[in-house]
Design a protein around this ligand. Sequence first.
Ligand code: HBI
Ligand code: FE
Length: 288
Amino acid sequence: MSALVLDKPSPSITFPQPVAKYGAEDHAVWRHLFQRQAKLVADRACPDFLRGLKLLGLDDGGIPDFERLSDRLEAATGWRLACVEGFLPDADFFHLLAARRFPVTWWIRSWAKLDYLQEPDVFHDLFGHVPLLAQPVFADYMQAFGEGGLKAERLGALHRLARLYWYSVEFGLIQTPDGPRIHGAGILSSKGESVFCLDADAPNRVGFDLKRIMRTRYRIDTYQKTYFVIRDFEQLFEATRPDFAPIYAALEGQPDLAAGALQPEDRIFHRGSLDPVAGGWQDETPDT
Ligand code: HBI
Ligand code: FE
């Protein structure tokens, strides 16, 4: 991708972490979530995630200081955290990624919402996303993704990149000598999906294929019907190297695929039963 002139994201978007706003309860929620997830993913997360967790010194000592964490992360791969209020407009999000700044929501969920919240909080962003930003190839992929997003916007192809982000950065699996392991942040920060994605018979597990993913719809309110498995992070980074414009053009003529529909060209690791009860897919709200 050609180097883009990056103007800074609008200043109000990022601000110093309001550490004074954290109460004892917020730190207690972090401690609980960290202890639970770190134990649960110890043999389910990919090795690079576990290495990143250790390298960054993320622990159950309470909500971390973003600047201190940024100093460690920057030493590893040049990324820093950008403290934000929550979900950002696409353009702001892509600008930050392209500048190797990862947006991290400052607040944490309440005890009442421990296991499901609509939008990312500091635990999802820090525990789910940040450890892999210490992995050099994934760190480059995330910056390339940001640059691609700025272009996709101009080409009206944001929904294609949103699917790529969803099925890799949020819900991706990766091959290891011991079988598939988790690299997606949306899974790693979720108690139920950390087990479901690898153990359940219901979902498909299919080899990563960029164009196939860009055609595949998804739902934001249930576990996935299909998980895509990359060979390694190089495969993910390589996928972002070509100019996407011809890819978007080629996809125009092809119909979208339902979230659970297997394709003849799929490399199938596991053909799921797609059982609606086992997957929690009973209420057929449309996937987008
Ligand atoms: N904003 N803070 C934040 N975090 C995200 O993960 C995020 C976002 N805005 C847009 C977005 N993700 C998705 O549209 C991606 O597919 C680009
Ligand atoms: Fe996320």
